[in-house]
Design a binder for this molecule. Structure first.
Ligand SMILES: [Zn+2]
Length: 298
């Protein structure tokens, strides 16, 4: 899959098909402002744009490490991001807290990975993109659409002239959505997906994997949301057989399907996603918590 251009918008395919730890990027050639969104596709492509074409600002759809990997190449460019998603970028401890990583071993693993593999450098200031803000880059008009859930301040970008929609990490992959951070939220993820489905785009772009759809990806949207309910049903089926504590539920690998390593990634992720589902089931009154054990209500 190659890079593509839609008017002033360049879709830059991430290495390894845009799969984590890479992500797809955009380069927007406005008359007044040239912007990279999510500097994470490849070092070579981004350094070329910086040195040969010019980059005036770097925007982030959200604060995750696989979207800021090459932000350090643009340390002289202003960073634009939502106010809600900026705090984790101000320091390594804040970044770890953003994920809600409390296990000391996992914290050390990620501290090192963020600083070395993802080139994390704290940022002290940013230009905050307002929710719903319409930004004129010169012959390109962008609407910043709040699409929280994955992160609290996740933004999608709708380019009006080209009818191109960039959905960031509402990425329509077969794995399904991530909502395991300290401030991620399943209900908001569902609402954001419903909002994105109704935007009158002609091209849909995402941060990972295929990442480019020139026909309305109805089946993808449907599957992506369905994964949420499938995860929930697996948890309920397990609790139906026997009430269980989170530690026990996590050993079943209901989300990732089978034990995978590194545990700092997969075991952490399994527990983080389970926790969000269990919190939601508690809120809905479909399970109760009895002395650390989750019990399904009949
Ligand atoms: Zn993300």
């Amino acid at each position: 899959m190659e890079d593509r251009q839609f008017g002033r918008i360049h879709f830059l395919r991430g290495e390894n098909k845009g799969r984590y730890p890479f992500a797809n990027s955009l380069y927007i050639e406005g008359d007044n402002l040239r912007v990279i969104i999510d500097p994470s596709c490849s070092r070579g492509k981004l350094a070329y744009l910086r040195d040969q074409k010019g980059v005036d600002a770097v925007w982030l759809s959200h604060w995750h490490e696989d979207h800021f990997t090459y932000l350090y190449l643009f340390d002289k460019c202003p960073l634009w991001i939502s106010a809600k998603d900026f705090p984790p970028l101000t320091g390594i401890e804040q970044l770890l807290d953003g994920y809600g990583i409390d296990n000391e071993d996992y914290r050390n693993y990620w501290k090192s990975a963020f600083q070395t593999s993802f080139n994390f450098r704290p940022r002290q200031s940013a230009r905050f993109i307002q929710e719903g803000e319409i930004i004129d880059l010169g012959s390109v008009t962008v609407e910043a659409i709040p699409t929280p859930g994955h992160t609290p301040g996740h933004l999608s970008f709708f380019f009006r002239e080209e009818s191109v929609l960039f959905m960031g990490d509402h990425d329509l992959t077969s794995f399904g959505p991530w909502y395991g951070d300290a401030f991620s939220n399943i209900d908001e993820t569902i609402k954001s997906l419903q909002l994105l489905r109704n935007i009158p785009a002609r091209v849909w772009l995402t941060g990972h994997d295929k990442g480019l759809f020139e026909e309305y990806p109805a089946a993808r949207f449907e599957h992506y949301e369905k994964v949420i309910y499938e995860r929930e049903n697996k948890i309920l089926a397990l609790l139906e057989k026997q009430p269980a504590a989170l530690d026990k539920i996590a050993t079943e690998w209901l989300i990732y399907g089978k034990p995978r390593e590194p545990l700092a990634f997969f075991e952490f992720g399994e527990r983080a996603l389970l926790k969000k589902h269990l919190e939601r089931l508690l809120r809905q009154g479909r399970v109760v918590l009895d002395n650390g054990t989750y019990v399904k209500i009949h």
